[in-house]
Design a protein around this ligand. Sequence first.
Ligand code: ADP
Ligand code: MG
Length: 625
Amino acid sequence: MIYLFFFLLMGQRIELLPEHVANQIAAGEVVQRPASVVKELLENALDAGATDIQLIIREGGKTLIQVVDNGTGMDRTDAELSIVRHATSKIRKAEDLFQIHTMGFRGEALASIAAIAHLELQTRNGQDALGTHLKMAGGTLESISETVVPQGTSIQVKNLFFNIPARRNFLKSTKIEYRHVLEEFQRIALAHPEISFKLFHNDSELFNIPESNLRRRIGHLFGSRMNDRLVPLEEETQVVKVDGFICKPEFAKKSRGMQFFFVNNRYIKSPYLHHAVMNAYEGLLRPDTVPGYFIFLQVPADSIDINIHPTKTEIKFENEHSLYAILRAAVKHSLGQFNIRPVLDFEADQNLETPYNLRHSNAPLPQVEVDRNFNPFLGEGAPAVQRKNYAKASKDSWTALYEGLGEGQYREGAKTHWIVESDAPSEALFDEGALDALTDIASFQVDRKYILTRVKSGLLLIDQQRAHQRVLYEQFLENISLKEPVSQTLLFPMKLAFDPGDLEILSEMYESLKALGFAIEEGTEGEVFISALPVLIPDAQVGTVLEELLANWKQQLGAEGFSEADRMARLLSRALSIRPGRVLDTASRQALINDLFACKDPDRSPFNKKIHSTLGVDELEKKLQ
Ligand code: ADP
Ligand code: MG
C-alpha cells in the first residue's frame, strides 16, 4: 500500500503535453469566437498574395466559415505541414521577428483551428496539375487525397468548438457573432482596397466589392453617403507617415463602429491614439459623439512590437508621444484645411448654451451652420437676443412634440383628468384654486433642469427630463396598444442610410418599429426608406432619434425583462425627451406639468427614477429655524 503511494509520487514527472492537447490550449488563445477564425483565414489569404477573396459563413460562423482565395496555393507537403503547430513559411530565424511584413508568423493558427473544429483544406499551387484535399477533425488527420481545384486555397471550418462544449455554449446569438465577423471583414477589406472581396452569410451575398481605392472602399463598406462625409488626412514626418480619411464632425455618432487605425496596414486598437484624434476634434463635436476615422500609419517595422498580444490587435510603439502629437496635429490640420467649423444644430443638441470653449476663446468668431428651420445663432455679442431665440426655439420644438395630437383635444383631456379622477394618487397635490386657474400657477425653472411649482402642501420639484420621458413613454405605449398605430404618412418617403451593423439591428427591431407606427423598407446599399412615422416623432428628428435608439439598443440599455415593444417605447421616450439645459418657457412648463399628472404613473420615469418630490411647508419652516 505504502509502496504504491510512493510509486505514484515517483510517477509525477514532467512530461511533454500530447500534441493535440497543446493545440487545444493554443486554440484557446487564438480562437475566441468565429470572428477569430475569420481573421486568421483572411490573413493567410492575404499573405498568400490573393487578389480575390471570398468569405462564406453560416449562422454567424458558428456552423461554417470558409475562405476561398486565388493566392499562391500549396503543394502537398506544404498542405500537410500547414496544420502542424509552429509550422510557418513566414519566418526562419528569430531576427525575422523584427522585420515582419506578413500578417501571420506564429504558425499556430491552422493547427489551433483544426484542433477544435472540422477543417477541410483544398489547395493547389501554380506548378502542380492536381491539388490536395485534406480533412481534419479535432486535430486528427482523417483523409488526404488529390483533387481538381483552381489555383489557390479554400479552407472550410465547420462546427467550431464541437469538442469543447464549454466554449461552444459560450458563443452568442448568430446576430452578435455575425457582427464580430463583419468587423473583421471590414478591417481587412479597408486595409486592402486593391483586393476584391465577397461576403456571404447564410447563402445570401451581403458584400461584393471590387478592387478600388480607399475612398470608394469606405463607400462600399459603409454606404455611398460616406463620400460627402470624408476629409482626407495626410502628413509625413521622419517618425511616421499618416494618411487616410476622417469624418466631418457633424456626422459623428453616439455609437462607436467607424474608428479604424492601421499600423503598417495592420488593424490595431489604440485608446491612446484615439485620444489624440478626439483631442483634435475638440469643440467641434456634439456631446457624447465620436467621429468616424480611417487612419493609416506607416512606421519603420523595427519601431513597433506587434508581438505583445496573441491576436495582434495591440502593439507597442517606440515613440508614442511623438506619434500622439503628430497625429493630433495632422487631424487638426485637415479639419482646418477643409474649413470644418463648429456646427450647432439646435435640434439635435438640446443643450442650447454656447459651448464654453467657443465663448472664452480668442479665436475668430466661428461661423455656424444651422438648420434653416431654426433661428441663426447671433454671436457672442448679443446675449439678450440670444436668449429670446432660445426660448422661441425651445417653444417651437416643444409644440412640435404635440403635433398631431390636436391642441384642443390634448388640453381638454388633461383638464378633465384633473377634475374627474379625484382618487388618483397625485390628485391632491394642487389646491382647488390652482386647479381653477391652471394656467396661472407660477412655476420656475431651476438650473434648467427642474421645474419648481407651488402645491397645496408646499413646493413641488419636478425633474423636467424624467417627466417628459414618462409622458412620451405612456403616449408611445398607448400607440402600441392600438390596432392601427397613429402614424403620419410622409408625402415624400425619407431616405436614411445606415452601416451594415446598424441595418442588422434595425431588422431585429423591425416588428416593434412597425407596431409603433413606423413604415420602413430596406433599399439597396444600406439605405432605408421611411414612409410613415409615429406622430410623436417630428420628422426632422427621425435620423437622430433612430441613431440614439440604435446606440442604446447595442448597449443593451433597458433590456431587462420587458417586451421588446415596451423597451422600444422607453428608449424612444429617452431619445426624444427634453434634456437638462433646455430652457422651458411658461407655457411649456405648464404643459409638461399637466401632461405628467395626466399619466397613469406620474411618479417614476420609464427607467424607474423618481420624477418629482414635494418640499412640505414643515420642511421649509425647519430650514428657517
Ligand atoms: P502563419 O500564418 O502564422 O504562418 P498559419 O497556421 O496561419 O500560420 O498557417 C501555416 C502555414 O500554412 C502558413 O505559413 C502558409 O505557409 C500556409 N498557408 C495557410 N493558409 C494559406 C493560404 N490561404 N494560401 C497559401 N498558404 C497558406
Ligand atoms: Mg496565419
